[in-house]
Design a binder for this molecule. Structure first.
Ligand SMILES: *Cc1c(COP(=O)(O)O)cnc(C)c1O
Length: 415
């Protein structure tokens, strides 16, 4: 037996170490569809509890929208359950190409290629378009999947301080001798909810002849006047070279991702990106669902407008009761608690009050930056948000953190 007691013990020790440090992630079982109101089993074996979900990426409330569900059913009936092939062998249906065309139009790019997920898009894109003669210059807070993609690419890698344009320019000058330069950022940063300065970045990229890459996973469908993303908000539609995004968040929440941008770069991905070549693409019912999502979002801005209103209401409510939130205008609203244990205690007490929100602490966020990341949805009604605000007020009062400064909270609870 290869899996000896010694081997087992090695892993048990690691896992127990995580448990002792309070770092073991414990999953909560949701028995209902993803929505504002969900039914949760937590801890495992406990009776089901009805709670309001304020930590999903379901920004537009489309995860169980009846029209999307219906479209997925129809896609299942017309195109079957699975492809049993990768795209370039016999895994491309008409609806895959239709969806690529729709994404291109929605994002205002030249062409689009689907990937099984945005994680896969980011894992494949850099290696497909860059070589060891090139350089990737990324924001220091980019998403984990971008970091993995960078690791898989032979181009040189450098970083600039988060959203620091002077530092980015320095790095562009430093690497000016490279064959190609690519500047890499998230559109909306997932932990803080702040937005990349894409307008300034596009100017810099033009000045230094660099490619501009943006991951729009936390923006596609709702950031910008018509929800096209951060590039719309910053007025640089048409100036982006590569956008990656997911269909697993605002755009229906099922799965799948894409690379969208300059047509030669997309073609390079079709020829060379390994997660595209060697992994099945998005299943037909999901493709049909995403097509419906884009139809809905292209016809009306109603949902992103409602999300904007909900977000304003939520940010105002939290601020008025004296909680510290990260400033901004996106639906990602981190409530800062600084202390890791406090974030876990507040999360647990909120759950008791019927509000589902998770506390994040190191290493997911920097040390002494523990927080509860709330995420607002167009699927929330004002009554959901009022109930959640009341719970935050009650729990905030219990821990005596309402109206307190960062320093006062740290003095009480430690870093
Ligand atoms: C969620 C996320 C991804 C991964 O998306 P999947 O399609 O679920 O793999 C990639 N990039 C960013 C910025 C994300 O937030």
């Amino acid at each position: 037996m290869a899996y000896s007691d010694k081997v087992r013990g090695t892993y048990q020790e690691i896992i127990n170490g995580m448990k002792d440090a309070g770092l073991l992630k414990v999953e909560r079982y949701i028995h209902s569809a993803q929505a504002a109101d969900i039914e949760v089993e937590f801890p495992a074996g406990a009776p089901l509890k009805k709670v309001i979900n304020i930590c999903a990426n379901n920004y537009l409330g489309l995860s169980s929208h009846p029209d999307v569900v219906k479209a997925a059913h129809e896609g299942l009936d017309s195109h079957g359950y699975g492809m049993s092939s990768v795209r370039f062998i016999c895994g491309t249906q008409d609806i895959h190409r239709t969806l690529e065309g729709m994404v291109t139009k929605f994002l205002g790019t030249e062409d689009t290629i689907l990937f099984p997920s945005c994680m896969d898009a980011n894992a494949g894109v850099f290696e497909a378009v860059l070589t060891k003669d090139d350089v990737m210059i990324s924001d220091r807070l980019v998403h984990a999947s971008i970091i993995d993609g960078i690791r898989l690419c032979s181009a040189m890698h450098d970083t600039y301080k988060h959203s620091d344009m002077a530092h980015l320019e320095e790095k562009l000058q430093l690497h000016n001798d490279k064959r190609l330069k690519m500047v890499i950022t998230d559109g909306v940063f997932s932990m803080d909810g702040d937005t990349a300065k894409l307008d300034q970045m596009a100017d810099l990229c033009e000045k230094y002849d660099a490619l501009l890459f943006c991951d729009e996973s936390h923006s596609s469908g709702f950031i910008g006047k018509t929800g096209r993303g951060t590039h719309e908000k910053c007025g640089v539609m048409g100036r982006m070279d590569i956008i990656t995004t997911t269909f697993g968040k605002g755009l229906g929440g099922a799965s799948g991702g894409c690379v969208s941008g300059r047509k030669e770069l997309v073609e390079m991905c079709r020829q060379k990106a390994r997660p595209y070549l060697f992994s099945n693409t998005i299943a037909p019912p999901v493709v049909a669902g995403v097509i419906k999502v884009l139809e809905i979002l292209s016809a009306t801005t109603e949902r992103r407008d409602k999300l904007e209103k909900n977000t304003e209401f939520w940010r105002k409510g939290l601020t008025e009761m004296g909680l510290i939130i990260k400033e901004g205008d996106t639906p990602i609203v981190p409530v800062m608690l600084f202390n890791a244990k406090l974030s876990q205690d507040v999360s647990r007490d909120l759950y008791e009050e019927g509000i589902y929100a998770i506390g994040f602490f190191f290493p997911v966020v920097p040390q002494s930056q523990a927080r509860i990341r709330t995420q607002i949805s167009a699927g929330h009604e004002i009554h959901h948000l009022e109930k959640a605000l009341a719970a935050f007020k009650k729990v905030g009062a219990k821990y005596n953190i309402l109206g307190k400064t960062k320093q006062e909270i740290i003095d009480m609870y430690g870093m």
